[in-house]
Design a protein around this ligand. Sequence first.
Ligand code: 5GP
Ligand code: ZN
Length: 139
Amino acid sequence: MSDESGCIFCKIIAGEIPCFGLREDDETIAFMDINPVTRGHALVIHKAHHRDLFAIPAENAAAVTRAAQAVARAVQATLQPEGLNLLQCNGPAAKQSVMHFHMHVIPRNIGDGLTMNWDLVQGDMEAIGALAERIRNNM
Ligand code: 5GP
Ligand code: ZN
């Protein structure tokens, strides 16, 4: 494990920072991204702090991937997007901004204009919370 002091995702795991939670199991939690690049953008993380793909044990990464599949299915059932990306970023050139391994679940639609590197723009919290409830209902 690398340094978890000050890690925003460790604070979410500890309940020190709120989130719109979607799913939790022994190893992982999933919640809505508050700067969604598309409607329904969610994140899945392991409860143990590891910086990135190079640091995380394979079995922990596998647990995150299993959880991401469950979240993707619920997002798909809720929003019926035309596509969906799983994305995982490592290092500055890949635009990793939170140094705690995580998987993005990103619903996609043709013409949504999403490019690979995006700026963080805060979303409408009321709308994100309402959507989280709809996705949870499909979990
Ligand atoms: P990265 O750029 O590291 O691949 O992705 C980190 C993601 O975490 C970004 O999409 C960003 O919007 C999200 N994020 C950062 N801080 C918070 C937070 O406090 N709460 C939630 N729900 N998401 C966050
Ligand atoms: Zn962390």
